[in-house]
Design a protein around this ligand. Structure first.
Ligand code: PMP
Ligand code: GLN
Length: 381
């Protein structure tokens, strides 16, 4: 047999699949993979049922490749209302199969073999795969625990004449960091001075507890060079629907769309119809959503503190990190926790390429029913 693609043959199983599988095998409480163990809002699910019943209007057939217009219009209206960002529904928004497909298509559309991408680690696993499949090279710069601050000099040192893109994930998985305006401004100034694309992964934009989320594209001179990515998976607790999007200039979106067109062509039509209708009611929904998650964060963080763990309080996302005592190793710690305490969490070394810091950190997900969180805490004590 001939060999496989050399990039693909180096890919490992995603840490999220591995840990969820281990949780099932060991009958452990799964606080590893980031998804809620409760259903999404009933009213949104009912909107999908209605859309499925509208098959006579073609809603069960292929959707337009860019996404249905009403969804693109709803996304555009929300960016305008929430952030004063102007994205044209007709040419500057593309609906994708979750943020993951947006990341993948953006990398394939914009990167050439040999290009370099600066990524702040720890980082979400699909960035590396997408960059490498485009033939480009990832250049990691470490956000330093426990505050996950970057050193601008390290970012400047990572720059070469091949650097084409910077990836920012804000709010940040796994740390829960929400970037300050001053940090974003500094990163954006760096991107502008060096004519870089900025891929801004903002899937947790509505999961901020103390600080407001600032979309990268709202910063001065940034809209044209920013590829803004988001997803309804987290916002509506419907990760299985895989409705995401990417917004940028018409030229960039047109390129990304070319990849999307030959990758999947389009996204599940009835779910787009439901999301378009749901996004119109975002204002009312989001208040309750945020306060529920803030409550869950406090429940987990206080419980972990009471259990004697060194937990960091996240400003955003639905993850909390625990710093392990000196001498512990994240992978061994996670194995022990699953087998002995019946709780599954993520070893964060999977999010690092350069630094060893991840070996001393594990990630807990609090997008879980109170009962699940309380049972996990009981097991940990
Ligand atoms: N980016 C980040 C930072 C994530 O944590 C995730 C995980 N859900 C994604 C992208 C992927 O989002 P989606 O499920 O919409 O593909
Ligand atoms: N983003 C989710 C997490 O960080 C997982 C997504 C996935 O399983 N691919 O846990």
């Amino acid at each position: 047999m001939k060999s496989m693609n050399h990039v693909v043959s180096n890919f490992k199983e995603s840490i999220f699949s591995t840990m969820t599988k281990m949780a099932i095998e060991n009958k452990a409480i799964n606080l590893s993979q980031g998804f809620p163990d409760f259903d999404g809002p009933k009213w949104v699910i009912n909107l999908a049922k209605e859309a499925l019943d509208e098959g006579h209007l073609g809603k069960n057939q292929y959707a337009p490749s860019m996404g249905i217009l009403s969804l693109r219009e709803a996304i555009s209206a929300n960016y305008k209302k929430l952030y004063h960002l102007d994205y044209s529904a007709s040419s500057e928004i593309l609906v994708t199969n979750g943020a993951t497909e947006a990341i993948f298509c953006a990398c394939l559309a914009l990167l050439n073999p040999g290009d370099e991408v600066i990524v702040l680690e720890p980082f979400y696993d699909s960035y590396l795969a997408a960059i490498e499949l485009a033939g480009a090279k990832i250049v990691p710069v470490t956000l330093k625990a426990p505050n996950f601050t970057y050193d601008i000099n390290e970012i400047k040192e990572a720059l070469t004449d091949k650097t084409k893109m910077l990836i920012i994930n804000n709010p940040h998985n796994p740390s829960g960091k929400v970037y300050d305006k001053s940090e974003l401004s500094e990163l954006c100034q760096f991107a502008c001075e060096n004519d870089l694309y900025v891929m801004s992964d903002e899937v947790y934009e509505f999961l901020t507890f103390e600080k407001a989320h600032i979309p990268t594209a709202t910063l001065e001179n940034m809209k044209e060079r920013t590829i803004t990515i988001s997803s309804t998976g987290k916002t509506f607790g419907l990760t299985g629907w895989k409705i995401g999007w990417v917004c940028s200039s018409e030229t960039i979106i047109s390129a990304i769309h070319k990849v999307h067109q030959f990758n999947v062509f389009c996204v599940a039509h009835p779910l787009q119809v439901a999301m378009a209708r749901a996004l119109e009611k975002m204002d009312e929904y989001i208040i309750e959503f945020k306060s529920e998650y803030k409550r869950k964060r406090d429940l987990l963080v206080n419980g972990l503190k009471d259990a004697g763990l060194n937990v960091l309080n996240p400003a955003g996302t639905y993850f909390a990190l625990v710093m392990l005592p000196e001498g512990e190793n994240d992978v061994d710690y996670c194995k022990k926790l699953i087998v002995e305490n019946k709780v599954a969490v993520i070893p964060t070394s999977a999010f690092y390429l350069k630094s060893d810091e991840g070996k001393r950190i594990v990630r807990f997900c609090f997008a879980k029913q109170d009962e699940t969180l309380l049972n996990a805490l009981k097991n940990l004590k």
